[in-house]
Ligand binder design. Structure first.
Ligand code: ZN
Length: 151
């Protein structure tokens, strides 16, 4: 008798849905019982309040430590969902920053182009300066030559 009851307990493991965690399907408070199965020796569980070793019970079953795990899970889920939304915000911010960085990179590219153009201009100016210097010195030479000639 005890043996068949304990084997039934282990098969109840999957049927843990109930509107209240500590009320069995009969609508009465559960009895806390201690498992004597080889798999879960000494583990406490909520069983039908009507259970008295016979078949006249609703087969409600919930491990007592599962109750805590379920609470932990729901708070974990809350925590995870709040973290997920903050991660979503962070992702949006990163996308925004990425766009700004792209714009800045474009600006840097156009500025680099301008600097390259300016360098070309400076080179042209330096060339012009050299030419002007040459013209200046040749004019000086002409003036000096004329001055010498006049003497
Ligand atoms: Zn019951």
């Amino acid at each position: 008798m005890a043996k068949s009851a304990s084997s039934t307990f282990s098969s109840w493991k999957s049927s843990t849905t109930s509107p209240s965690k500590t009320t069995c399907y009969c609508g009465i408070p559960c009895k806390v019982q201690i498992s004597r199965t080889a798999k879960n020796p000494g583990r406490k569980f909520f069983g039908c309040g009507n259970y008295n070793g016979g078949d006249n019970h609703c087969k409600y079953f919930l491990w007592c430590d599962c109750l805590n795990e379920e609470d932990d899970n729901s708070s974990m889920i809350e925590l995870l969902s709040s973290q997920t939304s903050s991660i979503g915000n962070a992702v949006e911010k990163v996308e925004h920053i990425t766009k700004e960085i792209k714009l800045l990179v474009e600006k840097v590219d156009s500025l680099t182009e301008e600097v390259v153009n300016l360098n070309h201009n400076v080179e042209a100016w330096v060339e012009n300066g050299k030419r002007l210097k040459a013209i200046f010195w040749s004019i000086c030479a002409i003036i000096v030559a004329k001055w010498i000639f006049l003497l």
